[in-house]
Design a protein around this ligand. Structure first.
Ligand code: SF4
Ligand code: SF4
Length: 349
């Protein structure tokens, strides 16, 4: 049962008008439809926003961690300029799976010295989450990993408790300032989130987490040689699509590109994918993960073992994007189940 409370309620009309007003200061990005495809993208007017969620191919992480990003500019006479591009942005309508993705990526990019490009974009962005009453389709398995609920990754969270009204949870000062400036709200009675939660509980009634969710790291450790790895790895096409669409994958490569006149150059970071053949090739030509099976084992073990220990939650948020994208029908959920994620009695743990 949720213990969240809302301070305010906002009508759908006032919410959309508030987003329109905010275009004076911010770019607005939201779920929208362009050329027949549903995606997160910038919109000029709130009438372009889709309020009902439909799965997107790419997650909204692209606004904080673009597919290609210039991080350094330099000239042949030795001038070097670190490039950080961050502009005021409202990311509207982000769902719990992707908010959990934001939490994980923030912890990653804020680690150690911090990644200035990522952190500057987060700083400039107001994230407005919208909670889900049910799963978006049969490929999503957020409930298996507890990612159908989000407690971080947003500045404001909306709970649709009535057909055209949302309860508003304020997570921090950034969210509060946005409300004060742009949204016409009224005070909450106090039961709105509970009303929403009752609908959500009904929607997720038969959708339970993995029985052994907290033991996944041990299970993956013990099942390094389980036949599921060969079985799924043999079908993998090494296309890398699963990585490209994942809200929690963050590997990148860095390349230097000079202009043809050799006067100026740029250092660009680009998404990379551990499922691609070349990813683990080293200078001598040796490939540490030369088979699709080895690469699949590495990727899925990061989600449910190595990084799960670090983040305290599964680093697969069950969004289902990789399942939808994979031409070989390979699913992290199926692999987790094969190693015992839903097994009633575990013999060795
Ligand atoms: S591994 Fe697949 S289901 Fe899990 S978060 Fe990434 S894209 Fe979503
Ligand atoms: S999308 Fe499927 S086939 Fe392509 S690399 Fe990922 S697991 Fe392999």
């Amino acid at each position: 049962m949720s213990t969240k409370t809302a301070e305010f309620v906002v009508t759908e009309k006032d919410l959309l008008q508030g987003l329109d007003k905010a275009t004076a200061e911010y770019k607005i990005a939201a779920l929208t439809k362009k050329s027949g495809r549903v995606l997160y993208d910038t919109v000029k007017n709130s009438n372009e926003i889709l309020l009902e969620y439909l799965p997107t191919v790419l997650p909204p992480k692209k606004f904080f961690f673009p597919q290609d990003e210039v991080i350094l500019e330099y000239t042949s006479d030795g001038k070097i300029n670190a490039k950080i591009e961050a502009n005021p942005l409202v990311l509207f309508g982000i769902r719990p799976c992707d908010l959990n993705g934001f939490k994980i990526l923030y912890e990653t990019f804020a680690d150690d010295h911090g990644d200035p490009n990522y952190l500057a974009k987060v700083e400039q962005t107001v994230v407005i989450g919208v909670d889900c009453e049910n799963t978006c389709d049969e490929d999503a398995f957020c409930f298996k990993v507890g990612a159908q609920n989000a407690t971080q990754g947003y500045d404001l969270m909306l709970y649709k408790f009535a057909p055209t009204s949302y309860a508003v949870e304020i997570a921090n000062d950034k969210g509060r300032n946005f409300i004060n400036k742009y949204l016409i709200t009224s005070g909450a009675r106090g039961d709105e989130v509970a009303i929403f939660q009752a609908k959500k509980d009904a929607g997720f009634k038969n959708k339970k987490p993995f029985k052994n969710l907290s033991k996944l790291p041990e299970l993956f450790e013990q099942n390094k040689h389980h036949p599921i790895w060969e079985q799924e790895g043999d079908r993998c096409l090494s296309c890398g699509s699963c990585v490209m669409v994942c809200p929690t994958c963050y590997c990148f490569d860095v390349t230097d590109e000079w202009q043809l006149n050799l006067k100026k150059g740029e250092r660009i970071r680009k998404w990379d994918a551990c499922m691609l053949d070349h990813f683990a090739v080293i200078g001598s030509g040796e490939n540490f993960r030369h088979s699709p099976t080895a690469r699949l084992h590495h990727r899925i073990s990061r989600k449910f073992n190595f990084l799960m220990k670090k983040h305290g939650q599964a680093v697969c948020v069950g969004c289902g994007r990789c399942v939808r994208a994979c031409l070989a029908d390979i699913s992290p959920k199926v692999i987790a189940e094969a190693v015992g994620a839903d097994q009633e009695q575990l013999e060795t743990i």
